[in-house]
Design a protein around this ligand. Structure first.
Ligand SMILES: *Cc1c(COP(=O)(O)O)cnc(C)c1O
Length: 217
């Protein structure tokens, strides 16, 4: 089975220390099912509505991550089950996740999305905002959020040295977070997609988010 072979190959390439999150957006239920049957348990969607629909039609032991921009009024719909929200891009959103998690008696794993790429449309905190936030101490005010790390994307370009530079920046920002927060929970650096996950792992990624390289030949 092609999907299973792709998953095995990617695991070999990234090594046992790096988590593989399979991005299932735009894929059919049967495609996702075949990845699941190949042993994959962590999947990610970028839209709440699609996530809810897929979850309903797939095995209950799948862990779901959200990787797309999340509106505050949609948090409630996922608060009861979501395994990780990787795309926290404002403090307001973090506060809403915290209060919705409290209502359902959960602590939700979150990553803050950091914007380092050239594209202007991407969501996230920029470098300076992230450092300010770390130094302010305010990230400790959300008891129902477990801040696990940061997520970022590199610029979509063939220029490998540019992409590597952006991954190195993310790694530096992750290390600063680790040092300032001094929390053992802060252990996830989510970076790397189909086109750049090998480079991302070389630059220190602990979690890659791969879609097309899993589902396409
Ligand atoms: C779509 C998406 C991915 C996966 O992209 P591929 O190029 O298909 O691997 C990873 N991260 C985010 C945030 C995405 O939106």
């Amino acid at each position: 089975m092609l999907v299973g072979e792709n998953i095995q190959r990617i695991h070999k390439e990234i090594g046992p220390e790096v988590s593989l999150v399979v991005v299932s957006k735009f894929r059919s239920i049967s495609e996702i099912q075949s990845a699941y049957e190949a042993g994959q348990k962590i999947f990610a969607e970028n839209r709440v509505q699609a996530l809810l629909e897929r979850r309903e039609n797939l095995p209950a032991d799948i862990q779901w991550h959200l990787i797309g921009h999340l509106q505050t009024n949609k948090v409630r719909a996922i608060a009861g089950f979501i395994d990780m929200i990787q795309s926290v891009d404002t403090l307001k959103l973090l506060a809403v996740i915290n209060s919705e998690a409290a209502k359902v008696g959960r602590v939700i794993d979150c990553l803050l999305q950091i914007h380092v790429a050239e594209e202007e449309t991407k969501f996230g905190f920029d470098k300076d905002e992230w450092i300010q936030l770390l130094k302010s101490g305010s990230l400790k005010n959300y008891p129902n959020v477990r801040l696990r790390g940061i997520m970022g994307m590199a610029t979509h370009t063939d220029d490998q040295s540019k992409v590597a530079g952006e991954f190195q920046t993310l790694k530096k920002l992750f290390d600063e977070g680790k040092e300032i927060l001094n929390s053992k929970d802060f252990d996830v650096l989510s970076m790397g997609m189909s086109g750049d996950y090998k480079l991302a792992v070389e630059c220190g990624s602990t979690m890659v988010r791969v879609g097309s390289a899993v589902f396409e030949p």
